[in-house]
Write a protein that binds this ligand. Structure first.
Ligand SMILES: [Zn+2]
Length: 414
């Protein structure tokens, strides 16, 4: 991709209300745009590429634990939400609207109702269980206050997985699998999380866990051990000492990146999801639900990976693997050399963002590259003399290598 043609350029200034570092950097570097209304964002091409990589990681990990992907609607009828008793009781409240026949609908924030109703109609026997279904979709939260960029939004993307079981023991086993899949997802996005027992809120059920990334700019607070890996939700904990090792605990700021729930029979009973067991008896289906916000995950990745100059994307989710900068200074030979490298890399299947802009200073191009945060920066100029300057975003070291070596290094890494 030529930077000169890329839609969504770096900005000089960020909106005053952008408090979170991720919010500032994602807007400034041209990944997202917030011009419409609070808590609603456009993903610009750079941001959408990162989104798609995160989505792919999530799909791989959820498919690996038997998840089947489907797609459910956003517009949902009132009567379904009345059956679960959440039409007036979910927090934050539902986005509600009326169609031209005065029929009331909800813009869904979550899909327990729709999927339990679906499963009630399709699952009849113990032979149909267990079952795990998921989708990735934009959802709506009627927030009181939407600040913090992609960390708190009114329209957001979520992966929600729902599992269905013939017994609570089978649900327990699957819940553990999801917990591990989630840790893999966050690790692959470049950060570690603490798993804490949480308050279930209006999703409900007996038991839930949140995945918290410890981060000084986080909006939540957890109690963490000063010595070992133990952490707990502040609303659940009174303790001054870690129950595992006895060492003192302290409050740390964190960002929530996923919440999983053992729902048990809550929705199945309300929406009539039953199955016939081996012995011929009719039993209620046990369920779990498991969410990850994709925009939030993207923002958290930036919170975890940035410096004073900009974003430092982990390779796994970077929008491009390499940013090629041409400093031709009106010299046709340098331009031609850079064009040549660009074409070769494209041909080799390397994801390359090529800063081919004319009349832009070296300093400005370097600053933009640092802000955008692509893992490898390549520079071609008069001084590099048929070689290419290789520098990784996270390192200060600069090396001069041949175009052949560049191609080798980048295709090896793929
Ligand atoms: Zn401890």
């Amino acid at each position: 991709m030529r930077y000169s043609q890329l839609f969504g350029k770096t900005l000089k200034a960020v909106p005053a209300e952008a408090e979170a570092i991720s919010h500032q950097l994602l807007i400034k570097a041209g990944f997202i745009d917030q011009a419409l209304t609070s808590g609603v964002y456009t993903y610009l091409p750079l941001g959408w590429r990162v989104f798609k990589k995160i989505e792919q990681i999530i799909k791989e990990e959820i498919n690996a634990i038997g998840g089947q992907e489907l797609f459910m609607p956003t517009l949902q009828p009132k009567d379904l939400w009345l059956r679960s008793d959440r039409w007036d009781h979910i927090d934050p409240p539902l986005f509600k609207l009326k169609d031209r026949h005065e029929k009331e609908l909800a813009m869904a924030p979550t899909h327990e109702e729709v999927i339990t109703d679906l499963v009630a109609r399709f699952v009849h026997s113990y032979k149909d269980l267990p079952l795990a279904l998921y989708h990735i979709q934009n959802k709506f939260r009627n927030e009181m206050r939407s600040t913090g960029g992609l960390l708190r939004v009114r329209e957001f993307f979520m992966k929600d997985l729902y599992s269905f079981h013939s017994s609570s023991e089978d649900l327990d086993r699957y819940y553990e699998k999801v917990l591990n899949a989630y840790k893999n997802i966050f690790r692959r996005c470049g950060f570690e999380v603490k798993v804490v027992e949480a308050v279930s809120g209006t999703i409900g059920g007996s038991f839930s866990h949140e995945f918290m990334m410890v981060c000084p700019t986080g909006e939540d607070t957890v109690i963490a051990c000063t010595k070992c890996d133990w952490a707990a939700n502040i609303e659940k904990t009174e303790t001054q000492a870690c129950p595992l090792c006895g060492q003192p605990t302290k409050k740390v700021r964190s960002i929530e990146n996923g919440h999983i729930f053992k729902l048990g029979s809550k929705y199945a009973e309300k929406l009539g999801a039953y199955f016939t067991d081996k012995d011929g008896t009719k039993k209620v289906i046990y369920g779990g639900c498991y969410g990850i916000g994709l925009g939030r995950l993207l923002a958290t990745t930036v919170e975890a990976h940035h410096d004073e100059k900009g974003i430092v994307w982990p390779k796994s989710v970077a929008p491009y693997q390499v940013q090629l900068i041409s400093l031709s200074n009106q010299q046709p030979a340098v331009s031609k050399f850079a064009e040549n490298i660009y074409e070769k890399l494209e041909k080799a299947g390397v994801e390359v963002l090529y800063d081919d802009r004319e009349g832009v200073s070296a300093g400005e191009k370097f600053a933009d590259a640092d802000l955008i945060g692509i893992p490898v920066r390549l520079v071609v100029s008069e001084k590099t003399d048929n070689k290419v300057e290789w520098k990784e975003r996270k390192s200060q070291e600069v090396k001069l290598i041949t175009p052949e070596e560049v191609a080798e290094r980048l295709t090896e890494e793929k």
